[in-house]
Unconditional design. Structure first.
Lengths: 230, 352
């Protein structure tokens, strides 16, 4: 039913979304924890910066990234000198762009989850002999479970749905940068509405499942509260 | 145990130097905002900005050079509101500290569980507990660590009166069964009367007085007032029960004090509180309606709050009673320091 090209685009999309989600979680969790707990003046500036991709047109973000990472850009020059080569129009370039683009979808749910943990809880842990790192893993992460799940689902889904940034920085190279959203655009451009329908339907179902999953995560917090014994 | 801390928070200044006994309950007593909780948090290492020193036994936790992190201190801390981890069962809440403490053991855990009577709650989640049950688990969790000192931050303040009555007997059991010192923050007079061995009165970040409960209450120049009342707190053993009249007899020195026998049995150790206004003075056995007449000697007479009043301190053996009388009564009875008197006790509050 799906052509080899469509399959390739689907797999590439999944690979991109998983890579980005894993990397963002790895850095997003400590960063969000710091953001939620710090009294530094930097936090409001950083919070604003993190939220930028939410309102910035993806093409603007893609355009600046292209300039930055391109052969004449400051980052591009460094990567060329280091022998890594240039990022635009590569899978790695897509990963970098997607990390920036999806950053708010990781950080915001995590920060809200972490902010909801009272400072008292950490003090209690410290009086029970838990070091701050220990308490982070044994108390903070388990208590933030639904926030972390929300961050994972949102980041993954948002990366899957990317279009503008990818078009700007990744172009349309099959197997390298040609993700589903670009492939659908391609099919429509070439008047192949049947193929566009098939991929679009998959995305439609995916979005619906994702949102249902999110609702389930949110409701679960209340569903398991046991009945008072007395 | 020696401690001293200095801390400034805006307009609030804490400046405290104390030496406290290494057994029993030392109560930090004062109005809210007097710094008693802050002082407790200093001992736990939770106040990062605090400067000071703390030593207990041969261990030093704070001095100008070192400041031990909270998780390195052998403390048990009971917070004002029950602070159980909601994602863990009662059992796992108890185990949390045990796993991380070098002093704790299976025995200390089992002892804590039985002292607080929470065997039947172990498999519950914190949400399923009542406020009183959750606080009992919180106390057991601190106790199970087998700490060098137990710190209580108004453990009953967030509970209603019925829950308070539910927990207090457990606190007394903890006190009876443990030889470690406890610092107990409260602004509630009944808790002082019932639990304190030593009382530190605080006001605006400073120590007003620090002495044993008996000495604080019978301080001649400024007796400690509980709920605004000068009183005497006595501890004695029940030696006799009069089943017919539902009275229990408490031996005070070589004399007897009869109380309502509320669930008491022979051998029980009982604390009673007698308000200074509930004792009358006489120079000879008079009105027979007084059940409790104790022989004593006046050791001091001081001014009361009103110019008509005097506060008489009368000693019966090792016990000092504070009595509020009018100066005219003293003059009519021709009583002065050194006089032998009879104390007529009108009513007694039992804190058993």
């Amino acid at each position: 039913m799906l052509s080899a090209g469509d399959m390739q685009a689907l797999l590439l999309t999944l690979k991109l979304a998983s890579t980005v989600t894993i990397i963002l979680l790895f850095f997003g969790i400590p960063f969000s924890w710091w953001l939620a707990r710090s009294h530094s003046k930097l936090t409001s500036l950083l919070t604003a910066l993190v939220a930028m991709p939410l309102i910035l047109p993806p093409t603007v973000l893609g355009f600046y990234l292209l300039l930055l990472l391109g052969p004449e850009g400051p980052v591009g020059k460094i990567t060329t000198q280091l022998g890594i080569g240039l990022f635009p129009f590569t899978f790695s370039g897509l990963v970098i762009a997607s990390i920036i683009y999806s950053l708010p979808f990781t950080v915001q749910p995590l920060v809200s989850a972490f902010e909801a943990i009272p400072g008292r809880t950490l003090e209690v842990a410290s009086t029970l002999r838990a070091s701050p790192i220990d308490a982070f893993f044994s108390i903070v992460l388990p208590l933030s479970k639904s926030g972390i799940l929300t961050a994972i689902v949102l980041t993954f889904a948002h990366t899957v749905g990317e279009f503008g940034v990818i078009l700007m920085i990744g172009g349309n190279i099959p197997g390298e940068t040609q993700v589903v959203s670009i492939q659908i655009y391609d099919h429509v451009e070439s008047m192949d509405y049947g193929a566009a329908h098939r991929l679009s339907l998959i995305m439609l179902v995916f979005s619906f499942v994702t949102l249902t999953l999110l609702q389930w995560i949110r409701r679960r917090r209340f569903a398991f509260v046991p009945v008072k014994s007395k | 145990m020696k401690l001293g801390y200095k801390l400034s928070k805006g307009r609030f200044n804490l400046n405290v130097e104390l030496e406290l006994p290494e057994t029993g309950i030392s109560v930090l007593y004062g109005h809210s905002g007097c710094g008693k909780t802050t002082l407790l948090r200093c001992v736990a290492g939770l106040e990062k900005e605090a400067d000071g020193h703390f030593s207990i036994g041969n261990e030093v936790w704070d001095n100008p050079k070192t400041k031990l992190k909270p998780h390195k201190r052998a403390i048990g801390y009971v917070f004002q509101e029950p602070s159980l981890f909601s994602h863990l069962s009662v059992k796992d809440n108890l185990d949390y500290g045990i796993k991380r403490s070098i002093h704790a053991s299976k025995e200390s855990l089992n002892e804590a569980i039985s002292v607080l009577g929470i065997e039947h709650l172990l498999d519950q989640k914190p949400e399923a507990l009542s406020g009183g049950e959750a606080q009992r688990v919180g106390i057991a969790r601190a106790l199970a660590l087998n700490p060098k000192i137990l710190l209580f931050d108004e453990p009953l303040a967030s509970l209603d009166d019925n829950r308070k009555r539910e927990i207090l007997p457990y606190l007394k059991r903890v006190k009876r069964q443990l030889s470690i010192p406890m610092l107990y923050v409260t602004h509630a007079a009944p808790e002082v009367a019932m639990l304190a061995d030593h009382v530190v009165v605080m006001n605006e970040g400073r120590v007003v007085s620090s002495d044993s409960l008996a000495a604080s209450l019978s301080n001649e120049s400024s007796p400690l007032k509980l709920n605004g009342e000068i009183s005497t707190v006595l501890t004695g053993q029940v030696t006799e029960i009069d089943k017919h009249w539902h009275l229990a007899c408490l031996s005070i020195y070589d004399q007897k004090l009869w109380l309502p026998d509320a669930k008491l049995s022979i051998g029980d150790e009982v604390r009673v509180q007698i308000l200074s206004k509930d004792i009358g003075l006489a120079n000879s056995a008079g009105d027979a309606s007084f059940q409790n007449v104790l022989k004593a000697e006046i050791v001091a007479i001081n001014e009361g709050e009103h110019p008509s009043q005097a506060i008489v301190k009368a000693a019966a053996g090792e016990h000092a009673f504070m009595v509020m009388v009018t100066k005219r009564a003293l003059a009519n009875l021709a009583l002065g320091v050194g006089s032998q008197v009879l104390l007529q006790v009108k009513s007694v509050a039992i804190h058993s």
